[in-house]
Design a protein around this ligand. Structure first.
Ligand code: KG4
Ligand code: ZN
Length: 395
């Protein structure tokens, strides 16, 4: 079965074709065009501009995804060469993000797939972007039993999945630019919302702190890169709600603390000077980074965000006695978050597996939307599909 996925919820325009074969979901193509570089000039996303970029990219991105999928060896063998014959013979359904996100951006994807669904006569599958993030964990993996069996076959070693298929029940931690949510998954399509952020999302906190430090957007990767040469204990930053007895989060106090720190002439001058120095470096590899107030502040911000995420996620796993955690969303690309989560589980001598997608599948992409569609029964009449910018996991 082949699904064409479309994702346009924010500043990425993406189309992907995924195939489900022998119980395994594989990517045939996953094309992502991002306007993040353009947005970075303004220190964040301008919704109208993001929508305009979506409009420019959507058709070329879908065409490229189809073209790349046809070039896959199995389709070459079948001698399917034209886009039209590939679509007619091979694509079984179209999946699309219908929310949450920026309304202008969402509309581009939603209205495009309505036309394609009618034109190509293919069923339409609506996908919640937030659930889509979790399904990146189902891409390119097989069940542990199957992968153990196949590991006996040495000739297949190079194609072996290095990650295992997540098992239910599991705790899902979604950490993206707009959301921070903890969910208990009982099965596909069956989940219980446990808690989420009461103000800023974890990614948003990274981005806003980066902006206070005059670092480019998106701030998460910038802060985590600089944090590598910094001391995470150099600045005593707050961890709001870390000891609250629920599964909610709050990150806006951390951002305010960084704002207040930057009011100090000494710190602001030192940080600004450090930023000027790194901006002059043409090749910003980790070995060119030096320890400084900037790197110490980045390490302290990262540590404060991660500590709260790790503590609440492990608490949730203990509370619901699950043996699996799945992490998803752009912030899941943060290596320190995953390392510290595993370390905490080890320190507490718990038997909990942690699944996290490869970094390219953590940030917004259409492969995760197509992957989610393999597990949803819902089919929608194009006339009834509507973008919903406020869609949530909480109801
Ligand atoms: O999931 P995503 O691509 O978009 C949303 O659905 O929001 O997440 C984007 C967020 C941004 O806030 C970005 O700063 C953050 O993910 N991010 C990171 C890292 N890579 C991306 N945060 C921390 N460390 C990273 N390595
Ligand atoms: Zn996202």
């Amino acid at each position: 079965m082949l699904i064409l996925g479309i994702e346009t919820s924010c500043d990425e325009t993406s189309a992907a074709i995924l195939e489900q074969k022998d119980g395994r979901i594989q990517i045939l193509s996953n094309v992502v065009a991002s306007s993040a570089l353009l947005q970075s000039k303004y220190g964040g996303i301008i919704p109208e501009q993001a929508a305009r970029e979506q409009l420019k990219s959507i058709v070329p991105v879908i065409t490229e995804a189809l073209t790349q999928a046809i070039q896959q060896s199995s389709y070459k063998e079948k001698k399917i060469i034209s886009l039209d014959s590939f679509i007619a013979a091979s694509i079984d359904a179209i999946a699309v993000t219908y929310g949450p996100g920026l309304i202008g951006s969402l509309l581009v994807g939603v209205e495009t797939v309505k036309v394609l669904s009618l034109l190509w006569n293919k069923p339409l599958i609506p996908v919640n972007h937030l659930l889509g993030h979790f399904y990146a964990n189902w891409i390119g993996v097989e069940s542990r039993i199957k992968s153990q069996e196949s590991s006996k076959d040495k000739s297949r070693l190079s194609t072996l999945a290095t990650r295992d298929l997540p098992e239910f029940p599991c705790i899902g931690l979604l950490v993206s630019g707009g959301h921070t949510d903890l969910v208990l998954f009982k099965n596909h399509g069956q989940y219980e919302y446990l808690g989420g952020t009461r103000d800023d999302a974890a990614g948003e906190c990274f981005d806003k702190c980066a902006r206070l430090l005059n670092l480019p957007y998106p701030g998460g990767p910038e802060i985590s890169k600089l944090a590598r040469s910094g001391n995470p204990m150099a600045f005593d930053l707050p961890r709001p709600m870390i000891d609250s007895k629920d599964f909610d989060f709050s990150f806006s106090g951390l951002k305010t603390a960084v704002y207040n720190l930057m009011k100090s002439d000494k710190i602001r001058k030192s940080v600004n000077q450090n930023v000027r120095i790194i901006n002059t470096l043409t090749h910003r590899s980790t070995d060119t980074l030096i320890s400084s107030d900037l790197s110490d502040l980045c390490a302290s911000i990262e540590a404060a965000i991660i500590e709260t995420l790790v503590k609440k996620t492990v608490e949730a796993a203990k509370c619901y006695k699950v043996e699996q955690i799945i992490v998803a969303g752009g912030v899941a690309a943060n290596q320190k978050l995953v390392a510290n989560l595993k370390l905490e589980i080890e320190n507490l001598k718990l038997k909990i597996r942690v699944a996290v997608p490869p970094p390219s599948l953590c940030t917004d992409n259409a492969a995760m939307i197509a992957a989610a569609a393999f597990f949803t029964e819902e089919r929608i009449n194009p006339d009834n599909l509507q973008a919903n910018p406020n869609l949530s996991l909480a109801y």
